[in-house]
Design a protein. Structure first.
Length: 284
């Protein structure tokens, strides 16, 4: 995905907000403001990733329809170039502008292989690019172009069906991954607000007892920096959410890059839950 002006503006706003928080605010308030700034500043980039994934899925679906129509046209005896020109005005969703450009290039005399290469570069989709390369090579080689195109369309259809079947089969695991992560957050918060203060209290009593016998200096619970403990748990949750999202993306879509969106969602949930928990329980 290409970085656009709105992405740079988001990053700049986040940096300015973080700098202002560090200068004018202190302690946990500064950290919370910085965290919100990072999440909001990265939101345009993440939205762009979501849109790109959605558009890519639509491109693959429409290309399958395009390939099927091309096969039907070629099987009637129409040359590939003429078939593409005849399909110019058909509706292919997000692919329509690219199909129109492809047909226009062919109509002005640009070789089919060159036009297909331009088509491939404009679409920016690996699976479609492979299919277009096969179509271009088949047109150069000649022979039963209809059968070759049918094989290409069949391969695209099988790949699309397998991807959908995999996504359906993995969807339950994705939901389980989110549930398990939420349980992890709950356990972490219980440790932060219940177990750690309790252990600190026990340490306080023990150290005071030893100090009374002259074996050491009493260490009060106030010596334990609760803010540092809270920050450490937050960093733990954010790190866990980032890598959990990458794993979920790899399982669901077979690509670690696809997990970036899951990482962003989990990190956002983690930060919000931690912030609310600190507001509700930190003072108690």
């Amino acid at each position: 995905m290409e970085l656009k002006t709105v992405h740079y503006i988001g990053f700049l706003v986040a940096l300015l907000a973080i700098g202002g928080a560090q200068i004018f605010l202190e302690g946990r308030t500064a950290m919370l403001v910085s965290g919100f700034a990072i999440l909001l500043g990265s939101a345009p980039f993440m939205i762009g990733l979501f849109n790109d994934a959605k558009v890519n899925a639509q491109k693959e679906e429409m290309f399958l329809e395009f390939a099927r129509n091309l096969v039907e046209s070629v099987k009637t005896g129409t040359p590939v170039s003429k078939s593409i020109m005849n399909m110019k005005n058909k509706a292919y969703g997000v692919l329509s502008p690219h199909v129109n450009k492809l047909a226009n290039q062919i109509s002005i005399g640009i070789p089919l292989s060159t036009a297909l290469q331009t088509f491939s570069k404009d679409i920016r989709n690996k699976s479609i690019s492979r299919s277009l390369t096969l179509i271009g090579q088949a047109e150069k080689a000649g022979g039963e172009i209809g059968e070759i195109l049918e094989a290409v369309a069949g391969a695209v259809s099988i790949a699309d069906r397998l991807k959908k079947e995999r996504k359906a089969a993995i969807s339950n695991l994705v939901v389980q991954g989110y549930i398990i992560f939420l349980v992890f957050i709950i356990i972490t918060l219980v440790m932060q607000f219940q177990i750690v203060p309790l252990v600190s209290g026990i340490g306080d009593v023990s150290s005071m007892g030893l100090g009374g016998f002259g074996f050491g200096k009493g260490i009060g619970a106030s010596d334990v920096n609760q803010e540092q403990i809270s920050n450490a748990f937050l960093y733990l949750i954010l790190a866990e959410s980032f890598f959990t999202g990458l794993v979920i993306g790899k399982l669901a879509e077979g690509d670690v890059k696809a997990g970036v969106k899951h990482s962003f969602i989990l990190m956002f949930l983690s930060f919000m839950i931690n912030a609310v928990a600190n507001v509700l329980f930190a003072a108690k």
